[in-house]
Write a protein that binds this ligand. Sequence first.
Ligand code: PLP
Length: 393
Amino acid sequence: MADLSYLKAAVQEMEAQNLTWRKYTLQSPSVPHAKVNGKQVLMLCSNNYLGFANHPKLKEAAIQAIQKYGAGSGSVPAIAGTMDLMLELEEKLAKFKHTEASLVTQTGFSANAGLIPQLVGEGDLLISDELNHGSIIDGVRLSKAERAIYKHCDPSSLEQVLREKAKPAKRVLVATDGVFSMDGDVAPLDQLYPIAEKYGAIFYVDDAHGDGVMGPQGRGTIHHFNLQGKIDVDAGTFSKAFGVFGGYVAGKKELKEFAYNKSRTWLLSASHPPSIWASVMAALELLEAQPQYLKRLWDNTAYFKKRLHEMGFDTGRSQSPITPVIVGESALARKLSQRLFEEGVFALPIVYPMVAKDKARIRTMMNAELSQEDLDFALEKFETLGKELGIIR
Ligand SMILES: *Cc1c(COP(=O)(O)O)cnc(C)c1O
């Protein structure tokens, strides 16, 4: 065997800089009252915004699909046939998104990493928000197109890049997250889209944290801005508010056909276990038929943000159920997270290099299933520990 001591050295170096992940074992479903490392805690860091991951309807749909179709799909769809259940989901999702078509992909990550490098190539220009998700960044890196970034959520910066660089390019693609995962802010699509349109650019929105959260019935950030039918690519995930797993791209029929035949992550990797499609369809049905989940998520979000703000915490520029509690130094964020955990609140620190060195934070994710009592419990802990650690007065 080769000498792998450099692996150990690399991790040790990260440890010395406080950059490795502390390991937590989840010993229960990902629900508000969860068991982590043997301890009963209030879950404030799950992406399971609506509680669908453990919803009886989603579980029942999965069980039935397993009975009928088995545990696995058998292959890559293009090679051994696409299961009708997946096609049914694609149709339902396209209806939900008000697009002509959709393609279900293995994950949100793979949707971006597989499709972006195919949409634009040599002689083209790819423009990305400076804070886009890593899966967009990896898609950009795989493309042979020229690359540029614009300042975070800044329409005038996007316009400047387009003015300076668009002309010689054959094709231009502008990519942005819908909701940004570290700050919870929302891309101003209503201002970005007209600029992209003016330059004839393809507009690509990855709405992983907006799906099931933003817009009427959780149809996403594009719907929030009433831009349905205008955005070329609506990509996202079923692993967050939908509570399941998997990704998608939605848009025109030719986009689907192109992705089907060109996206390498899609073509060279098997499709989901059928139970996943069944559960995602159940999630779609709940979103359309039962507005109370979304309402509770946003009511909880408003209350939690307001109270944190009143206590004097810096919650940044969030406009979504992701609320960062920005404390500054990485060590302080880690300390606060550790103390919260000891007191029964599970919320993890996000530190450099994921965010700027002086913007380390606890990232809290709101959940529709948290009760008033739960919220007050968490808030009281934040207040006491914020004072204990000198973050608030
Ligand atoms: C979480 C996330 C992804 C990854 O989605 P998966 O389906 O879990 O791979 C992609 N893009 C953004 C913006 C995300 O926040």
